[in-house]
Write a protein that binds this ligand. Structure first.
Ligand code: ATP
Ligand code: FE
Ligand code: MG
Length: 332
């Protein structure tokens, strides 16, 4: 079974070839046009996908060494994501599958983030709980089997990556702010300033409060000392990061307890955060959890995970019809 997989849900154009369950490559073109706008501009994202997609697919096929005519199915991200971005990938996938006369496989992007854990060893055993943390999502997913998963908690407003990026913007840091906060936080005191830990009912999250808290806090401090941010950047970053990680951890611990599960996986771009990683490692040691962290390449948006998900759907015979359309707010 050889599958070509395409990911175009947000601002990464990516293609991957998987042969008999083994991901052979993962070609990613990251769009840099958005940096100067401090966030992804949907209209520009779809145009960049339009430009990048064919070269990225060509590279994936070429570097895999397979012949285009050996492809047995074409997989694509149906959602969730930006409608204009998704449309580029879906249209291309349809045309390519139609041309080759092979079936189409639609993939849910959030399911793929979870299945990214099965690309490389060690692979988690079922059931496990996956904490998916990215620029667009924050979810706790109970994973019973490859294609059997359920969202048991999620954010009611901003995603945690968004909270990183928006507070970084308030600090005058470049986009995306998550990695910059991470870097400064390493040398800061996480208890220097106290930012709110929002507690939602059940296993849900809320990350919009911290942005407002940081906004008012900075406004007040800057009146007293215009250099406040520069003089305290490391402590500010460490303290913001501390609150964000704390919120993630409270619900993760609660979920593991409620479902009596000891295997934890993390996915999404924010799982690169070094504070989050060290906190998870410490808690795993303390509580006897088994922790699974994929390579960074498979944490952020990538077609390798779409390919992995497509492999399992192919085995189940789950194909799409040619009239399939993207769904911007597709549920897991
Ligand atoms: P989605 O996957 O939800 O469609 P996305 O494309 O924004 O959205 P990713 O590409 O997985 O998601 O991740 C990007 C996010 O990860 C950004 O918000 C970025 O700031 C954050 N991020 C990346 N590295 C770090 C880090 N070291 N610390 C904190 N956040 C980080
Ligand atoms: Fe993603
Ligand atoms: Mg991204």
């Amino acid at each position: 079974i050889s599958i070509l997989a395409i990911e175009s849900s947000c601002d990464e154009t990516s293609a991957s070839i998987i042969v008999n369950g083994k991901v052979l490559n993962n070609i990613v073109a990251t769009q840099s046009v958005h940096e100067k706008y401090g966030g992804v501009v949907p209209e520009l994202a779809s145009r960049a996908h339009q430009e990048n997609l064919v070269p990225v697919v060509q590279e994936a096929i070429f570097s895999s060494g397979i012949d285009k005519r050996d492809i047995s199915a074409v997989a694509f991200t149906r959602g969730p994501g930006l409608m204009g971005s998704l449309l580029v990938g879906v249209s291309f996938a349809k045309a390519f599958a139609f041309g080759l006369g092979v079936p189409l496989i639609e993939i849910n992007h959030m399911q793929a983030h979870v299945l990214a854990h099965f690309i490389e060893d060690p692979k988690p055993d079922f059931p496990f709980i996956c904490l998916t943390v990215s620029g667009g999502h924050t979810q706790l997913v109970l994973v019973r089997d490859f294609l059997d998963m359920e969202v048991i908690g999620e954010t009611r407003d901003d995603a945690v990556g968004e909270a990183f990026d928006k507070t970084a913007k308030l600090l005058g840091l470049p986009y995306p702010g998550g990695p910059v906060i991470d870097k400064f936080a390493k040398n800061g005191n996480p208890k220097a300033f106290k930012f709110p830990i929002t507690r939602m009912p059940g296993l849900d999250y809320s990350f919009s409060g911290i942005k407002t808290a940081v906004l008012y806090f900075l406004r007040d401090e800057l009146v007293k000392n215009p250099k406040f941010i520069d003089e305290n950047i490391e402590d500010l970053c460490a303290s913001i990061q501390y609150s964000l990680i704390k919120m993630l951890m409270i619900k993760l611990e609660k979920a593991l307890e409620e479902y009596q599960i000891k295997s934890v996986a993390i996915a999404g771009g924010v799982s690169a955060n070094s504070g989050l990683r060290s906190t998870l490692e410490r808690m795993a040691r303390k509580n006897g959890w088994k922790l699974f962290v994929p390579s960074f390449e498979y944490c952020t948006d990538n077609a390798g995970m779409i390919a992995m998900a497509a492999h399992y759907k192919y085995l189940q015979g789950e194909f799409s019809t040619m009239d399939v359309a993207p769904i911007a707010k597709m549920k897991l």
